[in-house]
Write a protein of this length. Structure first.
Lengths: 149, 231
């Protein structure tokens, strides 16, 4: 008798255990950033809905968003959105217009290029958000030449 | 060199109902293949070890397995290329029958579903053969190389999650005939592959292309079939 294969177990074993190359990890990061962004959107719909249903709770939600853990999460959220978008473009452009670029050496490089472009696009926003978080929550100014606002 | 070999074992008929691993220290040459190590275990240490092998030269496609976590043919990979600690496990996503032997029927069902044979009911112009230019033959040359080892399909994250997806190997088989100038059933195959379990389930993780022991451009073939459907 064959061992029963649960798709969830197989998927988990494959995601974590399969020793794929760049494409495998790009796929995992794409999925993770997509699900992360979706989770944020769901939470955001819930917290915005409190304006109408429970105004007092809304104030509490906004206060939570200004807390350090949430602001760090938001910095991560910006990376998730940027990476998901840039990697999505890599896939769409290759798949729709350049199928011949689905070649091993080309894609190994393209995955790294995607990551570098994402980090370059993310860094200024991340720095600005970090600056505001440290200034307002902890009184630390990491960009003294800008001053406080 | 001494190789630490860790092998997945599962044999419900002999009471090994829960998958576990057996380990061996094997003396090997760096140029030995992983298949040679398995032969050493089966031939001299434990005859109950089971795996498929036939030609042992990378042509029949019987011995696809996960070697150090990645799909490969045991007969094509050398010890020096995977190191002195080697873990051998069955391919993922197909039911394991015994040790490295998986039930290939779901894989072959997907293969059969895409009509992997030439369809042409017309009589050839000269009554004997259907001629093809070198360019027409070149169009599908890459996908003729498939040996149906299932290394691509069982490396696919979409296939792991949903066995309704036909998988990369079936798309490669379809590609071989869709782009054959002599064939007349391309539209039928494109219709099959545009369904729920068809090419649009592909998420371009690219594991299939990396895993193919025949170096077929699998993801490219899938993209070309997608284009053929949408154009």
């Amino acid at each position: 008798m064959a061992s029963s294969v649960s798709p969830i177990k197989t998927t988990a074993a494959g995601y974590v255990g399969y020793q794929g190359r760049e494409g495998h990890y790009a796929f995992l990061l794409h999925r993770l950033t997509g699900l992360g962004t979706l989770l944020f959107l769901l939470i955001h719909i819930l917290d915005t809905s409190t304006v109408y249903f429970f105004p007092a709770l809304y104030e509490h939600a906004i206060a939570l968003y200004r807390s350090t853990p949430f602001m760090l999460g938001e910095i991560g959220l910006v990376f998730a959105v940027v990476y998901h978008g840039v990697n999505g473009l890599r896939i769409a452009v290759t798949d729709l217009w350049m199928p011949k670029r689905w070649a091993i050496q080309t894609q190994r490089k393209a995955v790294w290029t995607t990551l570098v472009i994402s980090v370059i696009l993310w860094a200024p926003a991340a720095l600005w958000m970090l600056y505001n978080m440290l200034l307002h929550n902890h009184g630390i100014n990491i960009l003294p030449f800008i001053g406080t606002h | 060199m001494l190789v630490y070999l860790k092998i997945y074992r599962y044999n419900p008929e002999a009471g090994r109902n829960v998958p576990s691993y057996d380990t061996y220290n094997i003396e090997a040459e760096p140029t030995d293949r992983v298949l040679d190590l398995l032969e050493e275990v089966k031939g001299h240490i434990d005859g109950t070890l089971s795996y498929r092998r036939s030609c042992a030269h990378g042509v029949c496609g019987s011995d696809a397995m996960r070697i150090n976590g990645r799909n490969m043919l045991a007969c094509k990979v050398l010890v020096k290329d995977v190191g002195s600690e080697i873990t051998v496990e069955p391919i993922l996503g197909l039911p394991v029958l015994k040790d490295m032997i998986v039930d290939m029927e779901p894989f072959f069902d997907s293969y059969k579903a895409v009509m992997p044979f030439l369809v042409n009911d017309d009589i050839p112009a000269d009554g004997k053969e259907r001629l093809q230019s070198p360019e027409q033959r070149e169009r599908f040359d890459d996908t003729t190389k498939c040996i149906m080892c299932a290394a691509c399909t069982t490396s696919c994250p979409v296939f792991w999650a949903d066995d309704q997806y036909v998988g990369p190997a079936a798309v490669v088989a379809a590609h071989r005939f869709i782009f054959d100038s002599r064939d007349q059933a391309g539209d039928d195959r494109l219709k099959i592959l545009s369904d729920h379990g068809g090419v649009f389930r592909c998420r371009t993780a690219f594991n299939c292309t990396e895993a193919c022991p025949r170096e077929i451009h699998v993801t490219q073939a899938i993209a070309e079939v997608k284009q053929a459907i949408t154009s």
